[in-house]
Design a protein. Sequence first.
Length: 203
Amino acid sequence: MCSATGGPAMNADSREADRALVARVERRDAEALAVLYDRHAGRLMGLAQRILGDTGEAEEILQEVFLHVWKAAATFDPSRGPVLAWLLVATRSRSIDRVRSRRPGKRGGTVGLEEAPETASREDVEADAAGREWETHCRAAISELPEDQRRALELAYFEGLTHQEIAERTATPLGTVKTRVRLGLMKLRERIRPYRKSEAHGA
């Protein structure tokens, strides 16, 4: 997927800049969050609009995504892909959840959930595809975990909840939630290790 035109180098620089911004957000740098928003809000808004068919709801999803970035920047793992893929997965997941929560009579304005926005660039599509592939591997691995650990990880990684929020959502002691997440992650690492090795080999 690389070429000798200079594009890949620019993309690499852009991805490195995004990673640096997320690191600053993790340190509670609001300016970094604003810069990250300016860089990617248009693409994320396009994806949300394409799925939801409603500008107002798409704007709400965009706010939710960047609130998640502010609260959970520490969960970003560069080994899983670029920041853009992380943001696209979060946007797509939340948009689909919003569609599913609607009453049947209100779905007329939506389109196929697998479609990319009409204005998406090749980089958007590739990043979204990479993010969906990783999410598929994670979901498959998580589905093999014990029920309590599976639920805790799904809430943490696919809904972006903190340990405290998971405890409140599930009426479970905070210490128990932390233990379930920790044990689940240990087992999850073992299950996805073959995928990560093959990905590294192919890079």
